[in-house]
Each structure stands twice: as C-alpha cells, then as structure tokens.
Design a protein around this ligand. Structure first.
Ligand code: C5P
Length: 224
C-alpha cells in the first residue's frame, strides 16, 4: 500500500455487469465494460486506500493492488459486499441487472420442446440502497452512479434520495455521447449541497477527481 491521503482507509468498489442465469448456458446481462470501476479502484489505491473490488464478468483489466472478488450475479455481489464490511466508503459503479429469472433452469432449455420459453422475472437486491441503509456498518460515504438518457440531473437527484446514498455520479449514456464502452465520461456530481457539472474527461481523470474528492471528504468528516 502506498502512502497518501487515503492511507488506512478501506474502500469498497463494485464494478462491471452482473450475469443472471436463464439456464446453465444462457444469461441476462448489462452493457458495462467495467472501465470506470477499474479506474476508480486504481485511483483510490494510488492515494493509499485498501480497495476491495467486487466485480462481475467485465472486459476491463482488473485493478492492480486491489483485493479482487469476482462474482456473477447481483445476489452474489451483495453477499461479497456485505462480507467486505466494515469499510470507510463504498462506490457502486457496477451495472447490476435489475431483474433475474425467478427460477433459472438447472438444465439447458431445449429449442425443440415446442413454443417459446416463458421467462418470469423477479427483482434483484439493490446493493447501493442496501449499503446506504443506516446502521452500525454504514460506510461514512456511499457513492452511486446514475446512467441516464434524459433529464440527467433531475433523475440523479431523485435517485440520490431514493437510494439513500450520499453522492451520485450522474452521466448521460445516450448512444450519441459514446460514453458507454468509450474512454471518456462527462458527469455531474450530485452531493448534499447540489449539482456540480464536470467537464468531459477521460475515465481515468474522472476517477482521479472522484478519489481526491472522496479523500477530502473523509478528512473533513474525521475533523468534524
Ligand atoms: O437504479 P439504477 O440502476 O439506475 O441505479 C444505479 C446505481 O445503483 C449504480 O450505482 C449501481 O451500481 C447501483 N445499483 C445497485 N444494485 C442494483 C441496481 C443498481 O447497486 N440492483
């Protein structure tokens, strides 16, 4: 671990998509490269934090120096996050599937059984909301992401309230922005005091700024 303003801090980062099985060979997933999550983990490590990185099956290279836990489903992600507690801060950058198939088949669903399969869904746990719940294990700072395609700021402010988290990093993921799967990001940071638009930056630079903000916040909490 390197020396830096986050030395002695344990920080949880969720990243990547989740895969929700339909049967042993098929799954439902989300479009997420894991690039922003990996970049955040690296930026936190560079400032001295001990990072617990809980990731779904992502394309992005894993962050060096972090304690990596690989999971597939949302339920597994929640269990891995709970097992990582207590932490000083949690950043939920994962694109968690909102639903899973209610009863995934143990054997491959056959095409020739006649008719189309009917999938029934059930809701997945909301990891960000779970980590934000008040309680002895609640991190000092919980940060969520909001990928929106319209009314980005308004929706993100509402999401912050709904989830009970402290900050939301909101971004516009409309296809025209090229953000999803791209190397750049243009975000609005929503905190308790309002909305702060950041310029379009590389995902690495967004991660660095977020890590620096988080370090400053934890320092001020300690002083408070
Ligand atoms: O509700 P929505 O998916 O737009 O919220 C996005 C934020 O919530 C992200 O920070 C994401 O990591 C988190 N999330 C979660 N568990 C879910 C759904 C979203 O942690 N089941």
């Amino acid at each position: 671990l390197v020396d830096g303003p986050l030395k002695g801090r344990r920080i949880l980062v969720t990243s990547g998509p989740t895969h929700e099985p339909i049967d042993p060979v098929r799954y439902i997933a989300n479009r997420s490269s894991g690039a922003q999550g990996s970049a955040i983990a690296r930026a936190l490590t560079a400032l001295g934090a001990e990072v617990v990185f809980v990731t779904g099956p992502a394309e992005a290279p894993l962050p060096e120096g972090a304690e990596v836990h690989r999971i597939e489903t949302a339920e597994q992600m929640l269990a891995a996050c709970r097992a990582a507690l207590p932490v000083d801060a949690a950043i939920c950058a994962a694109a968690v599937a909102d639903w899973r198939v209610a009863s995934a088949s143990d054997s491959k669903i056959k095409k020739d059984k006649g008719g189309l399969p009917k999938l029934e869904f059930t809701e997945n746990p909301d990891i960000l909301a779970a980590l934000s719940q008040p309680g002895p294990d609640r991190p000092l700072l919980v940060v969520g992401f909001a990928a929106e395609t319209d009314a980005v700021e308004r929706n993100a402010i509402a999401k912050r309230q709904r989830k009970g988290c402290d900050w939301i990093v909101a971004n516009d993921v409309s296809p025209r922005t090229g953000i999803m799967g791209g190397t750049e990001n243009e975000v609005i940071l929503i905190t308790e005091t309002g909305a702060e638009p950041w310029p379009r930056l590389g995902k690495t630079e967004v991660a660095r700024r977020l890590a620096a903000r988080l370090a400053a916040h934890l320092e001020s909490e300690q002083g408070a």
